[in-house]
Design a protein around this ligand. Structure first.
Ligand SMILES: Nc1nc2c(ncn2[C@@H]2O[C@H](COP(=O)(O)OP(=O)(O)O)[C@@H](O)[C@H]2O)c(=O)[nH]1
Ligand SMILES: [Mg+2]
Length: 224
C-alpha cells in the first residue's frame, strides 16, 4: 500500500499576523505612519487621496498602496499626481493580506514620505477583519450608501480610528441624515472623529488633512 502525504495548511490568520507584526515593527523603527482606508467600492477612497495631495504634499508627503481585485486604474490616478504608488492585486480576494502589503511597502521610497496610505479592496466586511500592520484603520462611507451602514457593518466602525463621510456635495439630492449617521457611528464606537467631506469641492479636506498631520506627530513621538 502506498502512503501519500497529505498536506494540511492551518492558521492562515497566524501567518497574516506575523507579516502584520513585521510591518508594524518596520513602521515603528522608521516612525512612519500607515493608514488603512476601508470602504465600499465607489465610496470615494481614491478621490479622497487625490484631493489630499495638495494639502499634504508640502506638510507630510505620502505614498500609496492601492488594493484592488483587478486593474491598475487607481494607481494610475495617483501616479498622474506624482504620488509614489504601487498597485496590489488581491487575486480575487475581498481584502489585502499582510504579506503582500509588507513586500510592496518595503519597495516604496520610504525615506521620502511621512505617511503611507493603503487603499484596501472595496468592501466593508473582509478588510476590517484583517490586520495588515497599519497604525490605524479609517472607514470611508459615502452619503449615497445610507446612514444605517455603521449599524449593519459595525466591525469596520469599531476597528476604525476615524471615519470620513464622503460625497456631501450630493446631500441636496438625497434623504441621507448626517446627524443620524453620526449617532449610528457613535453607538458602535463613541470615540472616533467623523469628517464631513465633499472631495469634489474640497470641503472638509483641510480638517481631514489636519487629523492625518496629528497622527504623523503622534507616530513620531511614540517610543520606538
Ligand atoms: N459627487 C461626488 N462624487 C464623488 C466624490 N468622491 C468621489 N466621487 C465619485 O465617486 C466615484 C467613485 O470614486 P472613487 O474615488 O473611485 O471611489 P473608490 O472606489 O472608493 O476609490 C467616482 O465617480 C468619483 O468621481 C465626492 O466627494 N462627490
Ligand atoms: Mg479606489
Amino acid at each position: 500500500m502506498t502512503v501519500r502525504a497529505i498536506k494540511v495548511y492551518q492558521d492562515l490568520m497566524g501567518a497574516n499576523e506575523e507579516w502584520a507584526a513585521k510591518t508594524r515593527a518596520l513602521l515603528r523603527q522608521r516612525s512612519l505612519l500607515m493608514l488603512n482606508l476601508i470602504g465600499s467600492p465607489g465610496s470615494g477612497k481614491t478621490t479622497l487621496l487625490e484631493k489630499s495631495v495638495d494639502y499634504l504634499r508640502s506638510r507630510h508627503p505620502f505614498a500609496v498602496l492601492e488594493g484592488d481585485v483587478e486593474t491598475t486604474n487607481d494607481a494610475e490616478r495617483l501616479h498622474a499626481l506624482d504620488v509614489p504608488v504601487s498597485q496590489l492585486l488581491s487575486g480575487g480576494s475581498c481584502h489585502l493580506e499582510a504579506k503582500l502589503v509588507h513586500h510592496a511597502l518595503v519597495e516604496l521610497p520610504l525615506d521620502d514620505v511621512d505617511v503611507v496610505f493603503v487603499e484596501n479592496v472595496g468592501n466593508m466586511v473582509c478588510p476590517a477583519e484583517f490586520d495588515i500592520g497599519e497604525m490605524a484603520k479609517v472607514a470611508v462611507l459615502s452619503v449615497t450608501e445610507g446612514e444605517d451602514k455603521p449599524l449593519k457593518y459595525p466591525l469596520l466602525f469599531r476597528e476604525a480610528k476615524a471615519a470620513v463621510l464622503s460625497k456631501q456635495d450630493l446631500l441636496p439630492h438625497l434623504n441621507f441624515d448626517v446627524a443620524a449617521c453620526r449617532r449610528n457611528i457613535r453607538e458602535v464606537n463613541g470615540n472616533i472623529p467623523v469628517f464631513d467631506v465633499a472631495a469634489t469641492t474640497g470641503e472638509g479636506i483641510e480638517a481631514w488633512g489636519e487629523w492625518v498631520a496629528e497622527q504623523v506627530e503622534q507616530t513620531r513621538n511614540r517610543e520606538r
